[in-house]
Design a protein around this ligand. Sequence first.
Ligand code: ADP
Ligand code: MG
Length: 703
Amino acid sequence: MPRPVPISEIPGIPPQRVALLKKMGLNTRDDLLFHLPRRYEDRLDPISLAIAPEGEPITVAARVIRSKLNRWRGGRAVFEAILQPLHPDDRAEGLRALWFSAYYLMKSFVADMEILLYGKAKRDKNGKGWVMTHPEFEIMEHDGDESIHLNRIVPIYALTEGLPQRALRRLLYRVVKEMPVLIDDPHPFPDDLPPLREALPQSHFPDSWEAQIAARRRLVYDEFFVQQCILCRRRMSREKIFKSRAQVAAPSAKGKAVVPPLHAAFLATLPFAPTGAQARAMAEIDRDLQLPTPMNRLLQGDVGSGKTLVAVHAMLRAVERGEAAALMAPTEILAEQHYLNLKRWLDPLGISVGLHTGSKKKGDRSPLDNEPLLRSLFGNKGSITVGTHALIHDGFVADKLGLVVIDEQHKFGVMQRLALSRKASHPDILVMTATPIPRTLAMSVYGDLDASILDELPPGRGKIVTACRGEADLPKVWKFIRDETAAGRQAYVVYPLIDESDKIEAKAVQKEYERLKVELAPARVGLLHGRLKPDEKDEVMTQFRNNEIQVLVSTPVIEVGVDVPNSTIMVIENAERFGLAQLHQLRGRIGRGGNKSYCVLVGQPKSEESWRRLKVMEQTTDGFKIAEEDLRIRGPGDILGTDQSGLPPLRFGDPLRDFEMLRRAKTDAEELLRVDPELKKYPSLKAILEGDGARRQSLASVS
Ligand code: ADP
Ligand code: MG
């Protein structure tokens, strides 16, 4: 590989600028090449304000007439520039630009100066011309560099303080246009994509939008390709360890039944038959368990699709082998509920189920909760423990932990998941999620997991009707709850809670609870929030489960997992404060029995956009569609933190928008590693994957 050229060796860059670039992590010429624009401006075909698409940012050229600082009461100041648009069709119109609290701009603007503004333009309220609020701007200088900054598709870069846009652009222009781009392609790539030596220059100073798109596709492909190589190599190395282990280990290490198969006996005790999707997932798990490598499976299924049953199946397989299984849930309420369910299902089979949360540690057959006892539970017979995070620490010991199940895995970070599986040597792992991860995202993040999908709800589920209402409609909503509870149904009323530990918020639900107790009488109302003591939470949940209370006023602590089939109403107040995925989760608490259910989203959305967002809930109950919509609105970061995967964040690609590219990169990466697992033919790819510092970082942000 050619030696990287330090920026300081590029002629004509002043040392203080080299220092600024260094501050941005740009040390070599290649770093500069991979510092791609964050966006582009079309300065080739200026568009008239009069026909610009409404609500979309545009670039406007204008001359400064005058500027001033307006002080407002309360100390806020607005910097205002009165401008003359330069587009011939806009000559008759005025344009104002406003910047709040921007004293520093005072010196920038001089009458007659020409500037370019980028932002959204609106009709001015005074009826004369246009106004732009907080536009980005660039001063047009007639310094002979017009061919770089004007009359083309112009790159706009991320900057650091003290580094002007034009200076960085000029530098990149020189690097790209005046020095040969000697970057070799580190790995094979599809024919219809340009080589890097073409893609990089074109992504800085594209000759056309087509060229820019093609160049971006290439960089996105490379990014996904490297990511998929990492995932594929992880999987291969895991398989290698276990192949060699399997050869030395006694043949009975896995798969040997200590007790007779429990699967059939278990199904026989259930009041229902598994759905087709559940049966398929169980078979996929059984197949994994035949292999010498540990299982690493994601079970993805919409709320209410019956993931618990599949988990129990997997846990029974561990018990059959004489091993222990642990199920970790994100809340005590959910752990408790799983515990009760599992006891109900497994008691008839004589299998002990333990509970291990922060406040409770119990083995099934003994009131004592100490370690030796837990240990004794995991004797030769194999056993099952349900718990919360407390399983990770708090003295939870499982001698032969063969399976770890993580429920609602999106609620845990990657470290917590690993911590539990480290309690044993390479246990089988099943992670379950009900916040449906769009397939696209799952593939990029969990490329090294196998996935089972429950795409079918158990039969006999009542329909759910969803309606968005304003606060003025609340009296009608309460009347509806009174009628339905009188008819034997139950209801949830949920209030947002930003911080579980927040006393003020807890008080707020407390107040609503006092009010609703009166409003909803004679129905009995209970209160649940995160600051209750575990015993109190239990008490309320038990009463609700037994229909001793009909309405549960709650914070989102009931968001995940809670399963009370007789409840058919979900009212969510301040619904605009929830993400769609979370609303979907909450709504998943109803529609679990045979009766028709109702979800009412009460809110005062401030904008058209946030109403539109809520309305998505009226249109679909398909969790995957909702998750994709959420992803579209909020970006992947909010749904899955990057710590979920242990992979570096993506810089160029978007797994949703660029799904096709992701798929190609995955296939290609697997194929390449199959034929050339040691990457003998691609040493630079190997260097990227194995950490050749700067280059690796710049090429695909793989750190
Ligand atoms: P989730 O996938 O949201 O975790 P659960 O496992 O809590 O769903 O299941 C939701 C409800 O459906 C539970 O009451 C469970 O007993 C019930 N259930 C699960 N599988 C079936 C089935 N095959 N037929 C009928 N009901 C089922
Ligand atoms: Mg569940």
